[in-house]
Every structure is written in structure tokens, then in C-alpha cells.
Design a protein around this ligand. Sequence first.
Ligand SMILES: Cc1cc2nc3c(=O)[nH]c(=O)nc-3n(C[C@H](O)[C@H](O)[C@H](O)COP(=O)(O)OP(=O)(O)OC[C@H]3O[C@@H](n4cnc5c(N)ncnc54)[C@H](O)[C@@H]3O)c2cc1C
Length: 408
Amino acid sequence: MSPFDLPERHVLWLEDAPDAPCDPLPDAVDLAIIGGGLAGLSMALHLQAMGVETVVLERAVPAWGASGRNAGHLLAGTSEYYSRAVAVMGRDEARAVWAFTVANQRDFTSFLLGLPQETGFTRSGYLACATTQEERRELEESVALLTEDGFPSEYWSADTLVKRTGRSPFLGARYSPDDGLVHPARTVWALCQAYRSGGGRVRSHCAVKGATNGPLGWTLELEDKGGARAIKASMVVQCTNAWTFELLPRFTDLILPVRGQMVATDRIHKVIPMAMAANFGYEYWRQAPTGEVVLGGWRWSQKEMEIGALSEELNPEIHQGLAAFLRSSFPKLQGVPLRCAWTGTMGFSRDSLPWVGEVPGMQGYFVAAGFTGHGFGLAWRSTACLAEEIVHGRLHGDLAPFRPRRAS
Ligand SMILES: Cc1cc2nc3c(=O)[nH]c(=O)nc-3n(C[C@H](O)[C@H](O)[C@H](O)COP(=O)(O)OP(=O)(O)OC[C@H]3O[C@@H](n4cnc5c(N)ncnc54)[C@H](O)[C@@H]3O)c2cc1C
């Protein structure tokens, strides 16, 4: 088989999925969480720690969405290079958002390290590599700005890259020592297990079809594997990322579904030392703990087709681009067979910031979504701050840039 032929479609990370949790549903609950991905289960754990009775309603199974299909880069920062974030948001807001992601990384990794389950977390470091001189200049400028703002970051020239990583086609890079890697699906399953072992309920194969508000709170219409039914909840948090628009049509133009595609090689000895990306983050790769090299990206070549795409179909042209990139950038991978490929759909926010807070005009109905390809960098702390808002009944200052109110 040529590397340009499509390999089998399945998700490497989901190969050893546990049985889907299907806990009994109550008729009423204090707070219902829609979506059993990274955001929904993080939300559930924070609220559980604060004594709120919750249930997680998941249309498929935990980690079925983007959370179980990604590269597992656990990074500080957002989807834009810092120099661009500063130009778009201004220095103060860019610094505040970056600091938020640093705090997210600190809190999330310390939580993961305290779990009994293996999540594959390693503080590997991260390299954002330049493929053009323009990108190299932006990375160098970003390192200068980050350093001034007190965030650890180094600029590596092309020579330094070769010395530290072996043969490299890149023109320079930003190195971030505190960034790391997780096994994405195992991380979500570990959150799920931690929540359930504390008494939390997760209902798989339970789709929320609609929400109506009455004097006693919210009624959610469910399509459950046991048939159609309803659940009452005083409050609701919707954590459905790419699918936010389905229950909240007002988000149709604010959070766009954008499909990403990944490919994994067969297992080989260690060739990729850390989390890596190039071309303004459009291409990203790492090596799995079991040895497969995992690469994603190339959607820029098919932009119109990948925006709004929610199906799991592989795009053969994207696959060809990824296969060519693998062969040209990593000579050590010549001849290594490709094991599988898959897609996942992200929720891309128009301003690259997530949407976290109460939905205007919908008292007691909250959203945490639009993580724009950086859920591991944002979701844990976003949901922690939202849990504080809900329990204490006052706005959390750290969520100011992420408020749904900014749409109006
Ligand atoms: C190819 C790819 C690579 C990525 N790489 C990285 C990376 O390296 N680092 C990083 O930080 N981020 C990465 N991301 C982004 C990251 O995966 C997401 O930001 C994160 O997983 C979002 O988590 P979530 O819980 O909000 O959404 P999801 O994981 O998508 O979860 C949403 C859940 O809601 C459920 N749902 C939807 N509608 C309903 C309904 N009506 N009723 C009940 N349930 C419903 C879905 O079934 C799904 O399980 C990548 C994403 C992709 C696709």
C-alpha cells in the first residue's frame, strides 16, 4: 500500500475504550451537563467538589467528540502566536489570556498527577516551528514579548534545532519548556472515572433534543437509549463545543464546526522528542506513548470543505498532504507503514476565545465551548471559574474575555 492511499479509518486513541457508562437517570437534578467530553467532565468534577448534584448527558460515549480524537498537546496560549494575539487583543488582554492558560496548565497537570489512572501526561516541552521567514520573524517576536511579560519561552535558531532535535527542515522555533502531552482519550476517561467514583452519574447514548424554561427551572427533552423522556434541572451547562449551534442557534456564526484530520504510523522507536507544530500551528505532531507518530493538519488546503463538516469521513486530499509532509519532514519515517487515520470536529470561535458563562436572556443556562483547537489549554480552568460563578452567584473576573455577553 502506498502512503498516499487512505489507511483504515479508526481513532488510535479509542482502541482500548472502556465500557460506556450508563448510570440511572433521576427525574430531576440540581444541574445537568450536556456533553461528556473534556469540558463537560471537567465541569462535572468542579461542581462535584463544590457539593452540587449533577448528571452528565452524552449523546455518544465519553471522549467520542474532539476530546478523544486530538493530538493531546497540553499547551499554554491560544491558537494565535503571541505577537498576533497582542496585535489583535492589545497587550493587557493578550497577557491576561496567556496567564489564564498558564494557570490552567498548572492546575490541570497537578490534578492529573494526583489521579490513580495513567493519562500519559509528560512535561515534554513544545516546539512551534517556522516554515517561512515571515513565520520565523513572528516566532522570534513572540518569544521577545512573552519573555518581557514573564512567560517562559526560548527562541531556537535553525542551527539550535538541528543540534537539539537532529535533522530539521525548519527555519527556527519557539520552545516552551512547560508544555506537555497527554493521551487524550485516557485523560477524559480518567476524569469520567474520578467523577463517577465520587458518586457522579454519566449517561451515555442520551441525546438532549431541546430545552424549555419554566418557573421551576429547565426541562430537557432526551432521546435516551431507553426511549424518549425528560429530565428537570434547576440549571444547565452546555458543553457540546462543535455542536453548540444545535441547541443554541444564536451561536451558529460564533462557534464554527471545523473538521481536523489525523494520521498515525505503525509503532517505531522514539523519533519525536516532544509536542511539535509548524506553519502557524496548522500542522501538529507527537509520538504516542506506544510509539506511533501522530500527525494532524493540512485542512488549510481544503478550507471550505472542512468548515461546517461534522461527518467522520476522511478527506483523501488532506490525507495526501499529510502523507507528503510526513515523508518530506521526517526521513526516519520513510517506509514506516501508516496504521490508521481519523477526523474530529473542533468548535472554532470567530475571535479564537472560548465562550464561557451564562447565555444572555437564558437564566440558569450556561455554556462552556468554542475552545478553538486548544481545549487542553483552556477547558479545565474555564470550567473551574464557571463552577465558582454558578455556586457563588457572582461573575469571575478571569472569565471576562470569554463572556457570552460579548456577542451582543
Ligand atoms: C484533530 C484534532 C486535533 C486537536 N488537537 C488538540 C491538541 O493537540 N491540544 C488541544 O488542546 N486541543 C486539541 N484539539 C481540540 C480539542 O480536542 C477540543 O478543544 C476539546 O476536546 C473540546 O472539548 P469539549 O468537551 O468542549 O468538546 P467535545 O470533546 O467535542 O465534546 C462534546 C461532546 O458533546 C456531545 N454532544 C453534542 N451534542 C449533544 C447533545 N445534543 N446531547 C448530548 N451530548 C451531545 C458530543 O457527543 C461530544 O462527546 C484538537 C481537536 C481535533 C479535532
